[in-house]
Ligand binder design. Sequence first.
Ligand code: ADP
Ligand code: ASP
Ligand code: MG
Length: 418
Amino acid sequence: MRVYKFGGASVKDAEAVRNLERVLRLTGVDDTFVVISAMGKTTNAMEEIVDSYFDDKKGMVEAVAEVYEFHLKIVENLFEDKDHAIFKSIAALFDELRGFLTWNKSPNYNFVYDQVVCYGELLSTVIISTYLNKTGIENTWLDVRNLIKTDSNYRDVKVDWDRTQKKVSKGLEKNKLYITQGFLGSDDNNFTTTLGREGSDYSAAIIAYCIDAASVTIWKDVPGVLNADPRHFQETRLLEKISYREAIELAFYGASVIHPKTLQPLQRKEIPLYVKSFLHPQDPGTMVGKGMGIEPEIPCFIVKKNQVLMKLSSLDFSFIVEDSIGELFKLLHDYRMKVDLIQNSAISFSVCVDNKFGKLEELLKNLEGKFKVVHYENVSLYTIRHFDTAAIESLENGREVLLEQRGKETVQLVVNQS
Ligand code: ADP
Ligand code: ASP
Ligand code: MG
């Protein structure tokens, strides 16, 4: 069996859903497990619902209505029969969502987030599965929350591999097409959990691992993995082949075309990953697989914007060594900072972090009693793999470099955002 993953961009409107149907017809539909994200920017819209729920609830009703309208338009475009059961299915999902928002008593933001945001994926998969069945592409819709089991660290869960393996391998039939949600799982109490933003690539890898898939293909709005993000760099080039190791490095440093957690399960079972264009499904795209380095071998650029650089030094000129570094990492973990880069010397310690969970102020308050702290917000972290002098110069380009770190294959620069 093979696993396909279609992200938000590939199902952003009715035309995109028709294109997904075209991709399936071109590449065949048997023995395929399809993982689908929420449509377009729906997850952001769901986050707004959660925020207004915790704010003053004023904008909430409107925010829910907007998401409803967005999906209704797509459904109206895809189903000419206005009495089709899909209209009831969609309305029922919204009733469920409104019910949760009315009756929920939990003040836990992350818990509420997962119970609400999941409707993006539930809606997209119900619409697409029903649409495909209507057009003659027979498929079975699965609720991924019955398959992927996780802990209860809402919004950033860890997968319970043993339980997931057991659930996924139960009852799958040969020659079938399955449709399920990316991004979601469930905990011991069967509450919905999410794998972290952009986590649907990871969902595809989890399922592929559990069913020993022959391959995974993630369908994107780019021709494959390029040597830089075309949104931020001009003249990008397609990487034809990449080893797992290289892809893990690129994803880890922030090449957001592949979610960083995706590669490890695939590498463990040597399942090849293809990154392909949903607009040109017959083009080869990029193949990620066993031991091939990178082809062509050219510098690869990665940028992470809106990062925070903290430069810490000891208050009394004492060394920053094991005990204080240990304490620092504990704090970074407690405040859920994602660490991008560290550099230390005898009495100073610099760390570049992604303030993903908005806890920077609390962390700084805590640190300020213990260290002298200088911090810079909104900095960009550039990483170049397989760098050469010209590649570094093209990035520096007269900008103030706040921190530089060089290894054999990788150079990283933290610069003020321009
Ligand atoms: P999805 O629709 O699956 O969520 P994403 O938007 O997460 O897709 O990923 C595709 C986007 O990743 C592209 O539109 C591109 O802007 C960005 N991207 C970042 N780095 C790269 C890279 N090295 N190669 C190709 N695309 C990249
Ligand atoms: N819909 C989720 C998000 O936008 C998961 C994903 O698309 O990968 O983050
Ligand atoms: Mg995405």
